[in-house]
Design a protein around this ligand. Sequence first.
Ligand SMILES: NC(=O)c1ccc[n+]([C@@H]2O[C@H](COP(=O)([O-])OP(=O)(O)OC[C@H]3O[C@@H](n4cnc5c(N)ncnc54)[C@H](OP(=O)(O)O)[C@@H]3O)[C@@H](O)[C@H]2O)c1
Length: 235
Amino acid sequence: MFISTKLWNNNHRPERAKPALEASLKKLQLDYVDLHLIHTPFPFQPGDEQDPRDANGNVIYDKGVTLLDTWRTLEGLVDEGKCKAIGLSDVSLEQARDIFEVARIKPAVVHVESHPYLPQWDLLEYCRKNRIVLQAFAALGHSSEPKLLEDPVITAIAKRVNKTPAQVLLAWAIQRGTALLTTSTTPSWIKENFDVSTLPQDAMREISEGIKSRVRFNAVVETGVPGFIPRGQGG
Ligand SMILES: NC(=O)c1ccc[n+]([C@@H]2O[C@H](COP(=O)([O-])OP(=O)(O)OC[C@H]3O[C@@H](n4cnc5c(N)ncnc54)[C@H](OP(=O)(O)O)[C@@H]3O)[C@@H](O)[C@H]2O)c1
């Protein structure tokens, strides 16, 4: 097993980040985790409220700490043996680069939304060059509209290679060099998602070059507000 956890937004300040990881370790009954990620680059008001909002319902951010301050604290947690590797989540290429260039302990993982509607080629190329794992979440499009699993390019390839659309999307994610995250509560889909085969090169090209739609299902990177926001209300 490879165990990851994440630092939540209300714990970005150096004095809060260490107790936050220690609390996670206690809950997990572990001495260390394999990977610790900064959940988003948006620090929230420090305190026990995980979703601090003002009277108008807007998130209260913390301007008193930078992503680099938090990164330096996580480097210290690696030194202390509380996590083996550290990484970033929901960051842009620029934010990943800013941390990478000055980090004493380099990010091992950059965890972002990625699928054929949001391929993030530039970020993937940067990660590849710098030996960072790009971990792609929402690999199947998070069951959101427009349905990636029903994209005509994906369904046509699935028919041709005798696999399901989900298996095609997962194979594409693996073959282009990302680590992927998917979830299912449906036993037959969980089984299906492990049964992935190599796609022919022409199918890889059709997905990478033939799908032109661009959709970000999770607007956290643009808004700082976590969670999947229904289309029309967010970015
Ligand atoms: N850092 C962040 O901001 C962030 C945000 C979102 C997610 N994540 C991480 O990424 C993980 C995966 O994201 P995700 O849940 O959006 O992944 P996803 O794979 O894009 O979407 C999962 C959805 O696809 C369905 N599904 C799974 N396998 C299927 C199959 N073979 N055929 C048809 N439908 C299938 C599931 O349905 P059922 O559940 O009904 O079976 C579920 O509704 C999350 O668990 C979380 O750890 C991180």
